[in-house]
Design a protein around this ligand. Structure first.
Ligand code: WTA
Length: 648
């Protein structure tokens, strides 16, 4: 644990929106009287019909209901585009940086308007209406943002599926939300390699009931050859040439859905996290402004993929609602070289840079040289998101990348929270490497023990949030019961985050990681149950248990214990086959890093797998297995230990 404290740099104390006193005053006001606070803050976006009600929320057992600004009428795309046209129509909205360093594009707000309207008209011509679900499976190209905003303009609900997911995963998501329209590209391009997006969509559609999908809209990216099914598939450029660049923004109630984003939990299939219109946008906009201390004219770059919530809130919706210039990067940090991030920062004069610890750790391994070759003079602020950042990586980021002049904001949040909940504010917060520090306005974190007793002062336990904030998810799409069960049943009347944390004597929060069966691989959430069910779907596998273990770059790696059907030989070849199998079933992010054949798994006498033991073995903590006396067959453990796979 790091004891180091970094003061707010003097220049920040003068340029930032808020200093420490300002933060404390505003925070107290926000939790003392949320109604007044958010009533004022809600005005940061334009409303077609103003709201008269602000907060109407309940975490009560069996009756969870979350509504913000519930009688207001607005449109998210209007707020992200149209309202800027008078003042900044010619300002760049999106800087797109291609996978190939020689490719980039600048899209002004005026151009964004025209492109989004065209895209919306293409959708409208395919009968997409308010409330319809549209699946987006796209590479990081401007059309991905156009597609999202086009849905928002029409009031259709987008479900973006990360381009690394497999046909099976896409199919499950298409069926769950019943989307009849899919938007994709011929191929994606990442690190010089092509990703067969359209082919994956075709394979996904082959797995869903016939007549589920009516239209597939295909954006040309690489020009690679793809199959087009007549009557179903259309090239976007051909369809767009037939429509105008004018399309009215549909009036949306504040609580009308904006998007669904699937995320892994500890049990079952991925959940469709549902976010709505008004509260989400107010929260995304406000957090983007204060956390990144965004000012007019800043160039802001978030390296996430739009397939994750970070891409939704902090590449598209938050920055565009604020009229910012947002960078969208198609490639990867290591291509064509490990200096790519820093070169792009110089090329586009990036002021604010937001990335993930896994990328920082990977780049740190190639040393200071690739960083030092660049100037980074434009950089003012650095951000981190997705997983706990270890103090070593934090220090390197701060010292080498930011040359000690750029504060690092370690932002804690989740797909479910819509926006950042615990974070430093650069002009207000003294930083401690590894700590996400203090709550954002309106957010009331609490630490509870296993029984739900609220802990006071310095303590450690599970992280819950005591009251609603406008960006909170509203439900699990199509399954409100599951929403209540997952997030509100462990600790009644509180939102349970699934994370453990420590609070120090200064009231700073240190997130320690998931306390449920979710592992965080390179900042991507993976449910162990999902990987297990993929493994047992293989004909040679009888049983599987999956746990996380510490991984130098990824944060956590995936460790799979597999019991084979009787008579099946455990060979190296089969091991590789099973890893490939999981990749194919879920996607590359779910590939087990280590896979151990286990003749049997440690179980209690009632047949329950003791994951605690499997976790300890995967973590290399054999000496600390705890009580194994309740095992049906304690000798199983010795066998597991003697065959433990070594870290790569
Ligand atoms: C983890 C990503 C520590 C956490 C925005 C959370 C973090 C999960 C941090 C959500 C952070 C995210 N420090 N842990 N700054 N940010 N996490 O839904 O375990 O993809 O519950 O949202 O990532 O992941 P999700």
């Amino acid at each position: 644990m790091s004891e180091k404290i970094y003061d707010v740099p003097p220049e920040w104390a003068t340029r930032a929106y808020l200093d420490d006193h300002g933060y404390k005053t505003k925070y107290e006001a926000s939790v003392r009287d949320p109604e007044t606070f958010w009533g004022e803050e809600g005005k940061r976006i334009d409303w077609f019909e103003p709201y008269t009600k602000v907060k109407n929320t309940s975490f009560a057992p069996g009756a969870v209901s979350i509504k913000w600004f519930e009688d207001g009428v607005t449109n998210v795309a209007w707020n992200c585009i149209d309202r800027h046209l008078d003042t900044r129509g010619d300002q760049v909205a999106i800087i797109w940086e291609g996978d190939d360093p020689s490719e980039s594009r600048h899209i002004t707000y005026k151009e964004l308007h025209d492109e989004v309207c065209r895209f919306a008209n293409v959708l409208r011509n395919r009968n997409v209406e308010k409330g319809d679900r549209v699946t987006i499976y796209m590479p990081m190209i401007p059309e991905a943002a156009y597609a999202m905003l086009a849905c928002a303009r029409l009031g259709a609900i987008h479900s973006v599926v990360f381009g690394g997911f497999s046909p099976d995963s896409i199919a499950g998501r298409i069926v769950d939300c019943g989307s009849r329209v899919i938007i994709t590209a011929d191929e994606g391009l990442r690190g010089g390699r092509k990703v067969p997006l359209k082919a994956n969509v075709d394979a996904a559609i082959a797995k869903v009931p016939a007549d589920t999908v009516d239209h597939v809209i295909v954006v040309r990216r690489t020009g690679g050859a793809v199959d087009m099914t007549p009557g179903r598939d259309v090239w976007y450029d051909e369809a767009a040439a037939l429509v105008t660049h004018e399309c009215p923004a549909t009036p949306m109630n504040a609580e009308d859905p904006l998007f669904i984003l699937y995320t892994s939990g500890s049990t079952g299939s991925p959940k469709g996290v549902l976010h709505t219109t008004g509260g989400y946008l107010v929260f995304a906009s406000m957090t983007h402004q204060y956390v990144f201390d965004y000012h007019e004219g800043d160039v802001y770059w978030c390296t996430a993929d739009i397939g994750w919530v970070t891409g939704h809130s902090y590449i598209v919706y938050g920055p565009l609602a604020n009229g910012a210039t947002t960078v969208m990067f198609e490639g990867v940090p290591s291509y064509p070289s490990n200096g790519r991030f820093w070169e792009v920062i110089d090329k586009h004069k990036v002021n604010i840079f937001y990335t993930a610890p896994t990328a920082i750790r990977a780049l740190m391994q190639s040393g200071d040289e690739p960083v030092k070759k660049t100037s980074r003079a434009s950089l003012r602020l650095l951000g981190s998101v997705g997983e706990p950042i270890n103090p070593e990586a934090w220090e390197w980021y701060h010292r080498v990348v930011g040359e000690e002049r750029c504060p690092v904001v370690d932002t804690w949040w989740q797909t479910e929270t819509g926006g950042i909940l615990i974070t430093p504010l650069p002009g207000a917060t003294r930083l401690k490497p590894g700590s996400a520090t203090r709550p954002f306005f309106g957010v009331i974190p609490q630490v509870v023990d296993a029984e739900g007793n609220i802990q006071e002062g310095a303590c450690e336990g599970n992280l819950v949030i005591a009251d609603s904030w406008p960006g909170q998810m509203r439900t699990v799409y199509g399954d409100h019961e599951r929403f209540m069960q997952t997030y509100f049943s462990t600790y009644p009347n509180k939102y349970f985050t699934g994370d453990g944390c420590r609070r120090d004597a200064d009231g700073y929060y240190w997130i320690t990681g998931r306390v449920d069966d979710v592992i965080n691989v390179s900042g991507h959430r993976m449910g162990t149950a999902e990987v297990e069910s993929a493994l047992v779907a293989h004909p040679k596998v009888s049983e599987a248990a999956v746990v996380g273990y510490p991984h130098d770059i990824k944060g956590q790696g995936i460790y799979a214990y597999v019991t084979l059907m009787s008579g099946v030989e455990p060979t190296e070849e089969l091991r590789k086959e099973l890893v490939t199998w999981v990749r194919r079933e879920i996607g590359p992010i779910a590939s087990p890093d280590l896979l151990q054949f286990a003749p049997s798994l440690p179980k209690t006498r009632s047949g329950k797998i003791m994951r605690r033991i499997l976790r300890k073995i995967a973590e290399d903590e054999f000496g600390n297995l705890g009580d194994t006396s309740t095992l049906a067959d304690p000798t199983v453990v010795d066998d597991l230990i003697s065959h433990r796979q070594n870290k790569k």
